[in-house]
Design a protein around this ligand. Structure first.
Ligand code: IMP
Ligand code: MG
Length: 185
């Protein structure tokens, strides 16, 4: 899907396809360097928003890695965080002793990642770190240590590149701000 296919629903583009590509390449290079002497790297993608980041970031990493997925409850069809985290799909991997890198689309309140970090650490992982494509300013208020951040974005509801509103717009190649008329704002 392209911008011209839904331009009435988008107020502005905040991160272009080109910017995402360039930034993920930089992040992948750093990750490859940081983990090159480790004996494991497991990327844990948070479904469903992180699918695009996982696909593109993992291909920029030049050292061996494994992938696994978790699904946790999120906004549903609303644009406000609930703060309630529930595991909808757990990992298939026993992460005891492994270096885990959580791959996320966006950190908003930080509640989801704060919870996920503690949950994965409690399973005996050797390390648990976070890579996110986007971060909203609110995230700074929560004590979540994020190792790799792609872009800081304004405190608006954004869609595209995996991020949805009521399951729409995930296949946009860029990140944009959703027009309030779409969600009745
Ligand atoms: P948090 O717990 O508030 O940090 O955010 C939890 C999840 O909500 C994120 O991983 C996203 O999947 C989703 N989310 C947060 N902000 C947005 C947004 O602006 N657009 C789409 N999804 C979002
Ligand atoms: Mg997410």
């Amino acid at each position: 899907m392209k911008l011209e296919d839904c331009k009435d629903d988008i107020v502005k583009v905040v991160v272009t396809e080109e910017q995402i590509k360039t930034r993920l390449a930089e992040m992948g290079k750093r990750i490859s360097e940081d983990y090159k002497d480790e004996d494991s790297l497991l990327l844990v993608g948070v479904l469903r928003g992180a699918i695009m980041v996982m696909a593109d970031l993992s291909r920029e990493i030049s050292i061996p890695l494994h992938m696994d997925w978790m699904a946790v409850s999120s906004y549903g069809a609303s644009t406000k965080t609930s703060g309630v985290v529930r595991i909808l799909k757990d990992l298939d991997t026993d992460i005891a002793g492994m270096n885990v890198l959580i791959v996320e689309d966006i950190i908003d309140s930080g509640l989801t990642l704060d919870w996920l970090l503690q949950n994965l650490e409690s399973r005996g992982a050797k390390s648990v770190k976070i890579a996110t494509l986007l971060r909203k300013p609110e995230a700074a208020k929560v004590e979540v240590d994020v190792e790799y951040v792609g872009f800081d974005v304004p405190n608006e509801f954004v869609i595209g590149y995996g991020l949805d509103y009521a399951e729409d717009y995930r296949h946009l190649p860029f990140v944009g701000v959703l027009a309030p008329h779409v969600y009745g704002g």
